[in-house]
Design a protein around this ligand. Sequence first.
Ligand code: SAH
Ligand code: SF4
Length: 399
Amino acid sequence: MTATAPFVELEKTPLERYVPPAKPSLVGLSRAALAEALLGIGVKPAQTKMRVQQIWHWMYVRGVQSFDEMTSVSKELRATLDTHFTLARPEVVAEQISVDGTRKWLLRLPGEHEGERPHEVECVYIPETDRGTLCVSSQVGCTLTCAFCHTGTQRLVRNLTPTEIVGQIMIARDRLSDWAKEPSTDGVRLVSNIVMMGMGEPLYNFDAVRDALLVVADGDGLSISRRRITLSTSGVVPNIERAGAEIGVMLAISLHAVRDELRNELVPLNRKYPIAQLLEACRNYPGLSNARRITFEYVMLKGVNDSLEDARSLVRLLKGIPAKINLIPFNPWPGSRYECSDWDQIEKFSEVVFNAGYASPVRTPRGRDILAACGQLKSATEKLSARERMALRAMAMTD
Ligand code: SAH
Ligand code: SF4
């Protein structure tokens, strides 16, 4: 008789078992919150302003990842900082680099509650001759359910914190060696523009997005000016006004349809805030001029919103608003119910828009070989046809 070997369960640590960092990161704190944190570890009130200034510089101009590198800060304070805090960015779990220089990072974020699985969001960098644009996520998933959007099929898991939003820009600068080598804050940076067009609806994570963007725009730090930051929204009307008053960045509106009936279907939030209300909020957005226009995004869906009548209605609708129009080739995903418009239809549509005075409205898809459109990294292993690849959505949205 042979004894039955006891069944021993193999001990595994699945990737899902993520251990969130024990110490909080200082990344993404406002100057006021940073001052509070310093007071909390015993920095004298009379010194906090100077210390905030020093730490801010090391974090956001020099990009240091350890307190030890902050050589203008006393050794003693560096050690105290290290006991209580980190300078950690979100964890990068995958990096892909396209032949055209586009880079994509998959980031892992801790779950909100203990024991919860970690989450993943993505961040994409698109280099161009005169700028480099980083597409940043604001939420894990999205509460909204736009019919053509892959993120819309995912349950919202949670809002990103300012640390996680600012952390995406820090990661891009880390990976691209895009920090100032000298104390001087001058010099051209690879990451020059930010678009809040990754996962999530930024205006439904208003406070964190505002706090993060104010850190990003700070002229003594990451120093990406408000004119070079574009926030894209599906149309959360009350928060458009708040964004104008409290953040002051450039605005992009995911319009996608010129009639309420169709927009109700494509962007269900339209039932709450219909087109007329949305455009009224746009007209009232502060600081608009020919040099500061609102970008209207319009995803090209075959046989759905791509008729020339739609194009004519679009230019009529936007009359009087300083506007740019971005026609986005629809980027299909497994299970999506739409197709991208044919290229000659996109061209005809864009001609109507062009003749109405809007320049170069169709963006060239970038990073095709790594599927660099936001929302696509996780499905990067799916095999796409040449046509689908061609339809990859344009990413560089700012002028
Ligand atoms: N939630 C915000 C920002 C993130 S989406 C918003 O909706 O504006 C960024 C842009 O990508 C939006 O214009 C969105 O409508 C568009 N988009 C989403 N899925 C797409 C797809 N499959 N193909 C092309 N564009 C898409
Ligand atoms: Fe959310 Fe924007 Fe996708 Fe709509 S298009 S589901 S608002 S991420």
